[in-house]
Write a protein that binds this ligand. Structure first.
Ligand SMILES: [Mn+2]
Length: 239
């Protein structure tokens, strides 16, 4: 049976100003391409329902999106912070806590990477350009994805997929500052910005770039999704 992969929705507004569940198609398409059955998990404030949602799926993907409210990592909003939505944060942070409790495989992309790092008591640079100690690379182009290389930590699960260096896209203005509990850094940009991390004990992967968008161009990032789907399949067998 295909592993069932929940994708945590974002929240947006439609043309009538109504709140909607919102997710770019590229995320579900990537899961399809990797052999999984994607299922978008809708916004909810019901904690018991969130736990049930996580029980029903074999793994979870946390997508890109807006900034997290810095209140979750005990900071005041700083210059450069963009749109935040505390209700969305509470929804996604709670979903992730359930993944931890239930030991479900997780893949966090861009904002998803930041959600996981924050849930594990790490912190973020609210704006790389204003807060990074050395002149940063361009991590976000104005109207397109920029590209930069990342150096991958030897011995990491990421290095088994991509070797010691790989070119990635970049469309973020925040990044991990203090790494969350039990996470280790697995990739850094040439300017030192953290670009990926993984959990020491659990099948939890964080990437700051957008592998789902790279998949539209070619299949270089397919192994990342394949491995995630395989981890979800193994959990399925164990149950
Ligand atoms: Mn970057």
């Amino acid at each position: 049976m295909k592993p069932l992969i929940g994708i945590a929705t974002n929240v947006d507004e439609n043309r009538l100003g109504m709140a909607i569940n919102s997710l770019p198609l590229t995320y579900s398409t990537a899961i399809e391409k990797a052999g999984g059955l994607p299922l978008v998990l809708p916004f909810s404030t019901d904690q018991a329902l969130l736990s049930l949602m996580v029980e029903k799926v074999d793994g979870l993907l946390f997508p890109g999106g807006i900034d997290l409210d810095p209140v979750w990592y005990n900071e005041e909003p700083a210059a450069g912070l963009e749109e935040v939505n505390r209700d969305l944060d509470i929804f996604q942070l709670a979903l992730f806590q359930n993944c931890l409790t239930q030991k479900k495989p997780v893949l966090g992309i861009c904002r998803g990477c930041q959600v996981i790092n924050t849930a594990l008591a790490g912190s973020l640079f609210q704006d790389i350009d204003r807060q990074w100690q050395s002149p940063p690379l361009q991590h976000r182009g104005t109207d397109h994805d920029t590209l930069h290389s990342v150096t991958i930590t030897p011995g990491s699960r990421l290095s088994l997929l991509f070797g010691s260096e790989i070119l990635v896209n970049s469309r973020h203005h925040q990044a991990i500052k203090i790494t969350g509990r039990d996470l280790r850094v697995t990739a850094v940009a040439p300017d030192g910005v953290i670009e990926a991390a993984e959990h020491n004990y659990l099948p939890i992967h964080l990437v700051q770039w957008h592998p789902e968008r790279m998949l539209v161009q070619n299949e270089v990032m397919l192994p990342l999704f394949r491995e995630f789907v395989e981890q979800c399949r193994k959990g399925q067998i164990r149950l």
